[in-house]
Every structure is written in structure tokens, then in C-alpha cells.
Design a protein around this ligand. Structure first.
Ligand code: ASP
Length: 594
């Protein structure tokens, strides 16, 4: 029996060995990252979660039996070695943190073998994502994922420390609960005890955190799992993690300031980046006018310029008629864009068409002159707007979208701005752009049903001066809601809530939720609002997205240990899966063919 584990405990992380440690005895345990057999001497890179170290096995230091074991080592075998840390006999490896040292082994134990790997434990692998997800436990050995997981854990720790320092109380709210409306479909769990009834998994702890304010806790937070059964667009997961908080006796400024502190602490602790506080704030309306979207990437300028007024007297008929009919003419000056070929400009036209715009009007600036299709319509006023107001210079390209539906023009221009930001490499990938967007509209119209739906959620407080509009012109109602946007991605959102039962009923009414339905779905909340509910508000951060930004990962799948596919399935466990008929019978459930 070897003395590893019982007596010889792991002494160092493999990646932690340094030249200053030379002369010490080390006990390392981990995986064989690579094997090199140089005649009688065998070298391995031993890897654990701290990194890799070179270990040397030779007949002079290692006994015969252990030497035989060393000869049989293969990639991903699990081993323990004991030996002396020394300055490398061979050339140092400047690419490795441990590159100046090696461990000359006196004892070796093989804990376990491994089948050949479906892919290498390397920074980059060309395995299909399906293979990586099926063998996620192996994928998680790869350094980029390992770094992401450890950074994620650190981010959670910093959040906890921050909220504790600010007097927040951590809670766990139920997972088996009732529907919480965040605009998605619920995941349902059948009740065996109360047949024919179902729990819903929480889309967020929204109602519970509000109830905890009624209970008097004043400052609540939780790092919690949320579940939303959505058709997974781009980068979503059916279950994801939020940093959720709620506070009593606060206004939007208090909540945003608190959130600023958490963001600053994470970026300082994990990225060594000092976030200038307060994070700037703009209203939804300003965001839409200046950037065309409510999640602007503020790492570059190229703000939209509104030409609607100028267009009214333009010789360019399309502009003139759109402006005359209450539409919007908006655009931007892309610095350096004059270098685009005709084909590239055509591709930009196709791009805006995917957002419903009819096309693009454009003019380039070269040798102090305008060129391109719009050039002959550049009158004095437009020239001033472009050269003077927007700072257009030789080598730049001005692009415009006009549409009778202002929101179509705005969205198309906003998306085009984002697209050009990438195409022209206006974004420094090492920089972070933070902004709050505030004063969101309360409602928007659901395109399919034509009904009003809450833009944030129905518990968001309207601005007090807009209360009268709830019954007369609900689409004009603005709210005390705020989103935090980093690098053009919404990473959090929240609001001051309604604490007045009457106002809550008015909002339900505007949403077409009658008294009976409101009582059935949210009776407990309405009741709580009648027992001394304090003014309160809060916010939730999308933790996965925040970590993805901190890590520089393209997808939140890269920062979630066991993510699901875009088909909402886990390829490793093969969930969701069929269940036994007995299990269904016990629940009183029969399957129907679809
Ligand atoms: N419950 C909200 C959400 O999940 C966040 C909040 O309003 O605090 O988006």
C-alpha cells in the first residue's frame, strides 16, 4: 500500500510551483496532460486545476516497480507523485508559469486509467459542440472552461461579500411555486399529492422578494436559478442564474447606486478595471434617439443623427415624403466607411432590409466633395448637418434610413450602427462600456395578439405624473424602471414597484387582467399590498451573461458548467427523457399524441 492520500497529502497545486520552492518536497496529484519518453527518462506534464508542472521519472530516483508504472502512463491517467522540486535540468519553458522547475519523482502511484479521449484537453479543440456537451465532464477539464468556472465562483463570492457589506440578507425562495410573470412560458411540475394541479418553476423570485419587503427585511438578495420555457433564441438557456435584489424605502437612484457598487467590485476584483462611478444614465427615449436600440454599445460613438426636419425640404423625394408623413429619417457617419466597395455598401442595404427598412441612402466624402447616389441632394442644410454637426471628414461614409414607421427606421439604423461598429473595428475588445437606460415605457403592443403587455413586468411602478395616462393613453406611460447595459448587452434590469394596491389593479386592468384572474394568479400579492407594504424596488442581474462578459466568452454556454442546447436538452444526461408509465399513473397523468 502506498502512503499517498493517507499520509502524503497533496502539498502544492501543480501550477503553483516556482523556482523559489526549489529544494522542497512536493506531493502532487492530478492528471497526465502529456507524456514524453526520452530513452530511459520519462517526463510528464501533470495537470490539476491550478495548472501544469513537469515531473521527471528516472531510474536513479525512482524504484524499479514505480518506473514500470511510469512507462505505462498515458494521457488523462490519474496519478500521485512525490519528489523534490528542482531547477529544470533542461531548458526552461517560458510559456509555463512553472517553466523554470520540475519535480524529480521518488514515488509514484497510478490511481486510475482513462479511455482514449474524445477530444484533447487543450485550449482549442476542433470537436463538435455536441461532442463537447455530451462529454461535458471532460470539456470542463480544458483550461478556458476551467478559468471561466473559477472566475464565475469568484464573481459569486464578490457579490456575496458586497451585499453582506451593504446589510443585505440572503434568502432562498421556493423552486416549487406558482407562475411568476416575466413574459415566458412556465415549466410545470405535476403534484402527486394534489392530483390535477401543478407547480410552476419560478421565472424569477419577483413576487417573493416583494413579499419579503412587506415582511420588513428591507434589503434582500439571492443568487438564484430562474426557469423560462422559451423558444431558445441565440444565447438563452431554459435555466439560468440571476443575482436578485430588492430594497425598501428607495428610489431608482438608490438601487442603481447599489448595483453600481457591485459591478465596480467585480470588475476591480476580477479584471483589475476601475469602473468610473456613477455609471452614466440615459433615458429610454435618449437611447432610442441616439443609438436606435435600448441596449446601446457605448464603446464607440457614431451616434444617430435625426434628419427628419431637414428632410422636409429635401430634394430627395423619399426623405421628403417620409418626413411629411410623420416618419423618421435617421442615419450615421461611419468614419473610414468611404473605403467600402459598392458590394459592401449593397450588403449593408440588405442588412437594414432584414429589419424591415426599405433601403439605405448614402453618400461618401472624398477630396472635399460628396459622391454617391445621395450626393446631388446634399443641400446646404444637410451639408452643415453632416460636416459640422456629425463631423464627417474625407474618407467617411454617411448612411440613412427613412421609414414612415419611425420605430422601423430607428431599429434598422440602430442595428446598422452595431454592425458597423464591428465591421470597422471601432470596439477595443479590452474595453468595457457601461450604461444605465431608464424610464422605460410601461407597455408595448404584442404584435401577434394586438394586446398590451408589460415591457418589464406588471409590478413595475409607473412614473407618478403618468398615472392618469393608465386609463387614457397607456402606451405613453413611462416607468421607474432601469436596465444596465454592458458592451451592448442587457445584463440586468429592475424597477421601483407598485406598493399601492389600487395602482396595481389599474395596471392589471390596462393589461386586460380582470379582477377574478388577478385574484387567482396574484391574490397573495394583492393581499400583501393591503398590509402595510413599504415603497420598494430592486433589480436582477443575469449572472451568466455578466460572467460571460468578464470572461470574454462569446456564449453563456461557456460559463455554465452543465448547459443545455438550443433545443433545451442536456446531451450528457439525455434530459428531458421519457418516464415509466407507473410514474405517470401515480401523478394521474396520461400522454396524448400531438
Ligand atoms: N424579476 C425581474 C427579472 O427577472 C427583475 C426585477 O425586476 O427585479 O427580470
Amino acid at each position: 500500500m502506498s502512503r499517498f492520500i493517507t499520509e502524503w497529502k497533496k502539498s502544492h497545486g501543480a501550477g503553483e510551483l516556482r523556482i523559489e520552492d526549489a529544494g522542497q518536497t512536493a506531493v502532487l496529484m492530478g492528471w497526465v496532460d502529456a507524456v514524453r519518453n526520452h530513452g530511459g527518462t520519462i517526463f510528464i506534464d501533470l495537470r490539476d486545476r491550478f495548472g501544469v508542472a513537469q515531473v521527471v521519472f528516472d531510474g536513479a530516483s525512482l524504484g524499479e516497480a514505480d518506473m514500470e508504472v511510469a512507462k505505462g502512463l498515458r494521457q488523462e491517467y490519474v496519478v500521485a507523485v512525490r519528489g523534490t522540486i528542482q531547477k529544470r535540468a533542461g531548458k526552461p519553458n517560458p510559456k509555463l508559469a512553472t517553466g523554470e522547475v520540475e519535480v524529480v519523482s521518488t514515488d509514484l502511484e497510478l490511481f486510475n486509467r482513462s479511455l482514449p479521449m474524445p477530444f484533447q484537453v487543450a485550449d482549442e479543440v476542433d470537436a463538435k459542440e455536441e461532442t463537447r456537451l455530451k462529454y461535458r465532464f471532460l470539456d470542463l477539464r480544458r483550461p478556458p472552461l476551467r478559468k471561466a468556472m473559477i472566475l464565475r465562483s469568484e464573481a459569486a463570492r464578490l457579490a456575496r461579500e458586497y451585499f453582506a457589506s451593504q446589510g443585505f440578507v440572503e434568502f432562498d425562495t421556493p423552486i416549487l411555486t406558482k407562475s411568476t410573470p416575466e413574459g415566458a412560458r412556465d415549466y410545470l411540475v405535476p403534484s402527486r399529492v394534489n392530483q390535477g394541479t401543478f407547480f410552476a418553476l419560478p421565472q424569477s423570485p419577483q413576487l417573493f422578494k416583494q413579499l419579503l419587503q412587506v415582511s420588513g427585511y428591507e434589503r434582500y438578495y439571492q443568487i438564484c436559478r430562474c426557469f423560462r420555457d422559451e423558444d431558445l433564441r441565440a444565447d438563452r438557456q431554459p435555466e439560468f442564474t440571476q443575482i436578485d435584489l430588492e430594497m425598501s424605502f428607495v428610489d431608482p437612484d438608490d438601487v442603481m447606486t447599489t448595483a453600481d457598487g457591485m459591478i465596480a467590485s467585480m470588475f476591480a476584483g476580477l479584471k483589475n478595471v476601475e469602473v468610473p462611478l456613477p455609471i452614466p444614465r440615459i433615458t429610454y427615449e435618449q437611447a432610442m434617439t441616439r443609438f436606435g436600440v435600448d441596449n446601446p454599445d457605448v464603446r464607440f460613438g457614431m451616434e444617430l443623427i435625426d434628419l427628419t426636419d431637414l428632410a422636409k425640404t429635401s430634394g430627395f423625394q423619399v426623405f421628403k415624403s417620409v418626413a411629411g408623413e410623420g416618419g423618421l429619417v435617421t442615419g450615421m457617419v461611419a468614419s473610414g466607411g468611404a473605403a467600402f466597395s459598392r458590394k459592401e455598401v449593397d450588403a449593408l442595404t440588405e442588412f437594414v432590409k432584414t429589419y424591415g427598412a426599405g433601403g439605405l441612402a448614402w453618400t461618401k466624402r472624398a477630396d472635399g466633395k460628396f459622391t454617391g447616389p445621395l450626393a446631388k441632394f446634399v443641400d446646404e442644410a444637410l451639408e452643415k448637418a453632416l460636416l459640422h454637426d456629425a463631423g464627417m471628414k474625407d474618407g467617411d461614409l454617411a448612411l440613412f434610413v427613412a421609414d414612415r414607421d419611425a420605430s422601423v427606421a430607428r431599429t434598422a439604423a440602430g442595428r446598422l450602427r452595431g454592425h458597423l461598429g464591428n465591421k470597422l473595428s471601432l470596439v477595443n475588445p479590452d474595453e468595457f462600456g457601461f450604461i444605465w437606460v431608464t424610464d422605460f415605457p410601461m407597455f408595448e403592443r404584442d404584435e401577434e395578439t394586438g394586446k398590451l403587455v408589460a415591457m418589464h413586468h406588471p409590478f413595475t411602478s409607473p412614473n407618478s405624473e403618468d398615472l392618469d395616462l393608465l386609463s387614457t393613453d397607456p402606451l405613453k406611460v413611462k416607468t421607474r424602471a432601469y436596465d444596465i447595459v454592458i458592451n451592448g448587452q442587457e445584463v440586468g434590469g429592475g424597477s421601483i414597484r407598485i406598493h399601492d394596491r389600487k395602482v396595481q389593479s389599474q395596471v392589471f386592468e390596462a393589461l386586460g387582467i380582470g379582477e377574478e384572474e388577478a385574484g387567482r394568479k396574484f391574490g397573495f400579492l394583492l393581499e400583501a399590498l393591503s398590509y402595510g407594504a413599504p415603497p420598494h424596488g430592486g433589480l436582477a442581474f443575469g449572472f451568466d451573461r455578466l460572467v460571460a462578459i468578464l470572461v470574454g466568452a462569446d456564449s453563456i454556454r461557456d460559463v455554465i458548467a452543465f448547459p443545455k442546447t438550443t433545443r433545451a436538452a442536456c446531451l450528457m444526461t439525455e434530459a428531458p427523457s421519457q418516464v415509466d408509465t407507473e410514474q405517470l399513473t401515480e401523478l394521474g397523468i396520461g400522454l396524448i399524441e400531438k
